[in-house]
Ligand binder design. Structure first.
Ligand code: SF4
Length: 432
């Protein structure tokens, strides 16, 4: 499907029966407040395996004036509030955010690009992060203390990030240290280095900082794993097993040296021998959005569009990454499409808001989502223009709603883990 309509519009047209196609849940056509106040859940389209942790923040009821306002009214109110705030506010929109919110963003990018963009806007007193909870935490870690980071809907968590909580990781770590000990080998490498994906809570980034570990993004995962192997005999990688497996496999680590760790089982569901031989212990986490992509979809795209280039995100399962023509971060995907000759055809395995935006941005190409079912990231989707209007008007009124703050005891080691990431250089840049 190549279309320039927004994902939200497409969903409404499908729901109304005026456009062909299917969505992963009919509830997607409703406003997020329709399910924000129900039992904890990630909303329509989430995987049944996504479990919201009991301590996850809950959004209070959005005032009725914002729930009942139509798109034109919300647009006028958002623009008026943004104008009134001027340089005092910066709005960040993640690549996977709906177009109806991205329209107001000062910057659009991945979570780390956005956190850095916010840092550069030193005059902004408020950073409104239209993404998910861990992204707002990262922005808080990197921003100045007097800047308030605001998440318009507190129910916008990330199911993958929530698959590894600090208690489970501490317990896993204890078991691994008991098994491996703490003594470095002859080369000075410690038995195990913790590596967390950017898509994790600040508590886990802090854990890595405290335990000689590091953070990675999907752009620099290989560089970070190289750093980790230089400092440790093996790696504990969390929370996304697929990014860990795809990256380590590309570096030559055999699959049998990558056991998965299920936090609900003793020794993560492994025996001591397999853990002793491990090079990368992979936490049993995944992204519900990227897990939807399949090899059958790739075969279908190739049958339908001879010459199609299949490009997927490394959060996809390994067989999908192996079957694709190439894989990489959102930054890699956008650059690959920008650099392609006119008339190229791309089947893209990443979140549909980004794919449809790329299709609109590059009409000279044919660009479509590998998954024919319209299924946006259900947590990102909870940032609706109604919530954006509410937080901006609250700021105009002198209130600071939904502020996300990382406590100082977590922030210091979390920043250390981020600094190690920034200092880890790819081989080509070392010594430069
Ligand atoms: S796309 Fe996946 S990893 Fe990204 S915020 Fe949504 S659930 Fe989390």
């Amino acid at each position: 499907m190549t279309t320039t309509a927004s994902v939200d519009t497409t969903i409404r047209l499908i729901d109304a029966g005026t456009e062909q196609g299917s969505t992963c849940s009919a509830d997607l056509a409703a406003g997020p407040w329709a399910f924000d106040l129900l039992a904890p859940g990630y909303g329509p389209g989430a995987s049944m395996h996504d479990v919201v942790p009991p301590a996850a923040p809950r959004q209070g009821e959005l005032p009725v004036e914002y729930r009942e306002a139509d798109a034109d009214e919300l647009d006028a109110r958002i623009r008026a509030a943004k104008d009134a705030l001027g340089e005092r506010v910066v709005i960040l929109g993640h690549f996977y955010q709906r177009d109806e919110v991205v329209a107001y963003a000062d910057y659009v990018g991945d979570s780390f690009q956005l956190a850095n963009a916010a840092r550069a806007r030193t005059e902004a007193e408020a950073i409104v992060f239209c993404g998910v909870h861990f992204m707002a935490e990262t922005a808080d870690l990197l921003s100045r203390p007097e800047q308030a980071v605001i998440l318009p809907n507190l129910a916008a968590g990330c199911s993958m990030a929530d698959m590894a909580n600090i208690d489970q990781v501490e317990e896993c770590w204890e078991q691994l240290l008991e098994l491996y000990g703490t003594e470095p080998d002859a080369d000075g490498r410690v038995p195990v280095i913790p590596v967390t994906y950017m898509n994790s809570s600040a508590a886990l980034k802090g854990f890595c900082g405290r335990n000689g570990g590091i953070v990675c993004t999907s752009s620099n995962a290989e560089t970070v794993l190289e750093w980790a192997f230089a400092h440790g005999q093996r790696v504990l990688f969390f929370p996304d097993q697929h990014l860990g497996r795809n990256t380590a496999k590309a570096m030559g680590v055999p699959l049998e040296a990558m056991p998965t760790w299920n936090p609900n089982e003793p020794l993560g569901g492994n025996d001591e021998a397999s853990l002793a031989d491990a090079r990368v212990v992979l936490w049993h986490g995944f992204c519900s959005v990227h897990k939807r992509f399949t090899v059958a979809q790739i075969e279908q795209a190739r049958a339908q569009y001879p010459g199609v280039r299949v490009i997927v995100h490394p959060e996809c399962p390994m067989p999908v990454v192996d079957a694709a023509d190439s894989y990489g971060s959102t930054d890699y995907i956008t650059k690959a499409i920008a650099a392609a000759p006119d008339g190229s055809t791309f089947a893209v395995g990443t979140e549909i808001n980004l794919v449809q935006r790329l299709a609109a941005q590059y009409p000279q190409h044919t660009i479509f989502c590998l998954d024919p079912v319209v299924c946006p990231c259900s947590t990102m989707y909870r940032i609706h223009p109604g919530y954006l209007a509410w937080v901006l008007e609250s700021l105009v009124a002198g209130e600071v709603p939904n502020r996300i703050t990382v406590s100082a005891d977590v922030a210091a080691p979390a920043r250390l883990a981020l600094e190690r990431m920034l200092d880890a250089k790819p081989p080509a840049q070392r010594g430069a």
